[in-house]
Write a protein that binds this ligand. Sequence first.
Ligand code: NZQ
Ligand code: ZN
Length: 393
Amino acid sequence: MNCVQKFEFYTPTKIYFGKGAETRAGELIRQMNKKSVMVLYGGGSAVRNGVLGRVEDSLKAAGIRYIVKGGVHANPYLAFAKEALEEARKEKVDFLLGVGGGSVLDTAKAVALGLANPQDDIWDYYLRKKVPTVSTPVGAVLTIPAAGSETSNSSVLTNQDGNLKRSCNLDINRPVFALMNPENTYTLPKYQIGCGIVDIMMHTTERYFTQEEGNELTDQLAEAVLRVTIENGSTAIQDSHNYEAMSELMWAGSLSHNGLTGLGVAATDFSCHQLGHELSAKYDVAHGASLSAVWKAWANYVYMTKPSRFARYARKVWGVCETDDVKAARMGIEKTVEYFKSLDMPVCLPELNLGELTEEDLRELSFRCTYENTRRIGAFQVLDMEDVYHIYC
Ligand code: NZQ
Ligand code: ZN
C-alpha cells in the first residue's frame, strides 16, 4: 500500500544528553518522591571507569536510600534477575536504576515488572503467557551505544534452563529517564563498539526492509540514522575518545530502537534478531556479533523478493549510482558486508569461532529458532524452518 499506515507512537523516556548527565540521577529520583533505589550494574566496567561512583555520589547528595547490585552478565540471565528481585523485595525498592548497557537495563526492567506483580512468575511475560499492565519505574544511565534499551519497550533475558532467549515488549518497560553522557562510553573495547554499531544499524534495517511503500518520512529518517551511524562508527572504532562520534552513535542508538524508524510499517522484519538470539542463547555470542554473522546470508537469501527495496537502501545509504535494481541491491549488500569487516565484525557463522557446526547443530538451531517448528519469522520474506536452516548454512 502506498501510504503511511496507521500507527501509535509512545516514547515517554525523558532524555538528558551530554557531559555530566549521570550526575542528575539523585535529583531526578528525588523529584519522583522515590524512597528506595536498587542500582544495577554489570561485570565491573562501571566501577572501573568511575560512572557508578558518580551516580552513587548524586544519590547520596539527594539523600536517596539505595542498594547496589553488580554482576549482570552480558546476554543477561533470568536467574540473576530473580535473585535481584528477591533482594529488591526485601529492601522495598520502588525505583530501579540501571548503569550500563542493554543487559543491565533489561535486567532492571525485569526486576521492575516483578516488583509490581508479586503474584506472577516474570518468565511468563517473556513466554507471552501473561501480559502485565503495571511495572515499577526504571531509570537508565547508558554506558554503551547499542541495544537501545534506554528508550525501547523491550527487555531480553536468557533462561539457562533450556537456553531460551526471549523478549518481553511492552510500553510499561520504557524507562522514565535516560542519562546519556557520551564520555561514559570512552572505556569501551573496540569489539563492543563494533557490536553496538551493528546493533544500531540492524534495529534500523529490520524495520526498513519491508514490503510496504510510501512511508517516506520514516524511510528517510531510517536512512539518516544509518548514514550517521556508518560514518561516525568508522571514527569511533578507531578512537573511542572521540566525543562527536560517540555522541552521534549514542543518539542514533536511542532513535533506532524507540520505534521512530518503523512508524507506519505494519509488519517489521526482525528475522536477523531471531536468528542471532538463537546463537546467543546456545553459544553466548555477543548480540551485535550474532547479527553481523547472519546478515549477509539473510540478505542474499531474501533480496530478490523485492530488489527495489534493497536498491533504494544501496542508493540512499551507500551512495550507489547503479540504475539496475538487482545490481544495485547486490552492491548495497556487498558494501554493508565490507563495512562490517572494517569494524572487525564477523560476517558468517564460521567467523564466530564456535568450532565446527555440524548439520545436526544447524538443524537444531533452526528448530529452536522457529520455536520447534511452530512459527515462521520475518516479514520482508517470511521464513520457515527450512529457510532458516539455509540461512544458517
Ligand atoms: O558488564 P560490564 O563490565 O559493564 O561490561 C560490558 C559488557 O561486557 C561492556 N561495557 C558496557 N559499557 C562499557 C563497557 N565496557 C567498558 N566501558 C563501558 N562504558 O560491554 C559489554 C556488553 O554490555 P551489554 O549491556 O551486554 O551490551 P548491549 O548494550 O549490546 O546489550 C546487549 C543485550 O541487550 C539485548 C541483547 O540481546 C543482549 O542481551 N537487547 C536488548 C534490546 C532492548 N532491550 O531493547 C534490543 C536489542 O535488540 C537486544 O536484543
Ligand atoms: Zn538488537
